[in-house]
Design a protein around this ligand. Structure first.
Ligand code: HH2
Length: 370
């Protein structure tokens, strides 16, 4: 039996569904694009004959062309669910819909702590381990659920840091914060750094290369059983901003994240411990970042919690006119609000205190006051 993959190119919900997903009624009418090449004739005939469902070739709506073989199915969710019971090839579509429509969990904050001389925003401020540990304590006190410790800048144009150097920067800080009960996430692309950080008490791995930089990283995470953030990057930091192009950035990021999640699961990582991240600013122009933020609900169809890192990034400066990263806090609060409304569950930010305020308002807008 062939399973029909929900399209890597889109899970397009009706505009109504782009409002807080939790408000969507169960009988909402939905539109979903999917790759129909594996659709069995009997299933196709059942869809064609169904009085409440419409099946048609996908017509792009201005955000790039989609390949042949894409169909759009439109109709009440309940009708498709009923059909999927008789035609199991539709089950994957239903799963994707359900993931996109399930209420997201409460948004939580991940505080950024870069132990580097050259990070784009806080480079050089926390290279001294005591200053870094103090900042980690502050981030937690202000409301961070995790403190994300990194020893290699991945800003556009950055080169790689030797493993020994990265270890020397981060391990004393991870060690001290974990000893104080802080939930530390290690932001690294390198398995030896992740291993040493987990040994020192880190509890989560955040890999901006989604396991492509170091082939030992996914097996390591599988062995340790910790949560793993897989982020989409359109290339290596050194060159990723040289003319990034996409036909449909949301579709391509979704497709890549689905493929990397499958690779992680194949390596033995527990699918329930995966977190996915569209990688704002990583090989993306302003309009790519905006499309990803506007269409975040579509990425919820991947079925994993979403992490988004917008904090102080240059696209915010482009929009607000704030040249210095530390002057982009207001713009960051607006983008964080959009992420929460779009269903993001983890917000990676520098200014935890202010963003905790923004998140509590955004959450009430999304879920209602409690
Ligand atoms: N952004 C940066 C670094 N790590 N990890 C995830 N999961 N998502 C992100 O968006 C992300 C990330 C870049 O920001 P920052 O750490 O502040 O800067 P630098 O890379 O210069 O250290």
């Amino acid at each position: 039996m062939t399973r029909v993959a929900p399209s890597p190119h889109a899970l397009r919900l009706q505009p109504r569904a782009l409002l807080p997903p939790i408000a969507l009624p169960r009988d909402a009418r939905l539109t979903v694009a999917f790759d129909a090449t594996g659709l069995e004739p009997a299933t196709r005939a059942a869809l064609d004959a169904h009085p409440d469902l419409a099946l048609a070739p996908f017509v792009p709506r201005g955000e790039g062309e989609l390949p042949a073989g894409e169909l759009v199915l439109e109709g009440p969710a309940e009708a498709v669910e009923a059909l999927a019971r008789e035609h199991p090839t539709l089950a994957a579509l239903v799963e994707a819909w359900e993931a996109a429509l399930s209420p997201p969990g409460p948004p939580r904050l991940m505080g950024v702590l870069n132990v580097t001389p050259d990070s784009f925003s806080d480079g050089g401020r926390f290279l001294d381990p005591d200053a870094a540990v103090e900042q980690g304590r502050r981030l937690r006190a202000e409301g961070a659920t995790w403190v994300d410790v990194g020893g290699e800048s991945t800003r556009p144009g950055a080169g790689t840091v030797p493993t020994e150097e990265e270890l020397a920067r981060v391990i004393p800080v991870v060690d001290a914060l974990a000893a104080e009960g802080v939930d530390v996430s290690i932001d690294t692309r390198k398995a030896p750094v992740a291993r040493a950080a987990l040994d020192a008490g880190a509890r989560m791995v955040n890999d901006v290369s989604a396991g492509t930089h170091d082939e030992d990283l996914l097996p390591l995470v599988a062995e340790r059983g910790c949560p793993l953030v897989l982020m989409h990057a359109g290339g290596e930091p050194a060159t990723m901003q040289h003319d990034p192009r996409y036909r449909d950035v949301v579709a391509e990021v979704a497709s890549s994240l689905r493929e990397r999640a499958a690779a992680a699961v194949a390596a033995g990582v527990d699918p329930a411990r995966l977190v996915l991240d569209p990688g704002i600013g990583f090989g993306k122009r302003l309009e790519h970042n905006l499309s990803l933020l506007r269409r975040l609900p579509e990425l919820r169809s991947l079925g994993a919690p979403l992490l988004v890192g917008v904090s102080r990034k240059s696209f915010i400066g482009r929009l607000s006119g704030a040249e210095r990263p530390q002057d982009r806090v207001g713009g960051t609060a607006a983008a964080v609000t959009a992420c929460v409304l779009g269903g993001a569950e983890i917000l990676r930010v520098h200014d935890v205190g202010v963003m905790a305020e923004a998140v509590s308002v955004a959450r009430a807008l999304r879920d209602g006051a409690r």
